[in-house]
Design a protein. Sequence first.
Length: 256
Amino acid sequence: MRLEIRQFLCLKDNIGALVRAPESGATAAVDAPEAEPILAALRKEGWPLTDIFVTHHHADHVQGIGALRSAFPNVRVTGPAREAAAIGGLDREVEDGDTIYLGSHAAKVISVPGHTLGHIAYWFEGDAVLFAGDTLFAMGCGRPFETPPEILYRSLLKLAALPAATQIYCGHEYTLANARFALSVEPRNTALQRRAEAVTELGAEGRLTLPTELLLEKATNPFLRVTEPDIQANLGLAGADPAEVFAALRERKNRT
């Protein structure tokens, strides 16, 4: 049986996610941006919280852990070993290549530094599901706060090498703004034009635009398309090294 996944808004634009292994009932929150929406979703589904999978140390991804522990004293918190001190209270510290389990469902830990130095993603290969945190967004990527841009670019290449059908769950609902920026640097991309129209409709209906799919990101996400001539030309970097193009693209996005 496949994982059951529920998404909901937390804070202003964080995306909360609950993941349940139906065979065992084991249930994880991916990050803990805000406790009450997570607890409300658990009550609605009638699911107990057994795990919290943390992607990185930023407050808007961990500040709900204490309240969730109070509600579920036996919950196990897993997170990146390189950020254990910043997060505090981890029950299990993991690194690149480690495998963790939610019931019988295995998730490989992928190190994706850039947004933060120790950021990790969780890839449930058997379910074709990736929890990318703030590394990869729909038509966007995180801002590299703690490393040079090329480190984040290498992390994105690592995620881009996963199977094309991988469903990607992101840490924030930034899709509409990302679509506008993507069109500004690759306006002739017809797949991007169609997608921008689709997410605009979803936003008008008050619906989430996530998850996304890796194949779709490769066709429409400018940060995965820095070798495209149109993007390079719009940045004045025709023929430049892809890492240089990525850095310039990320800097332009920072200014929007």
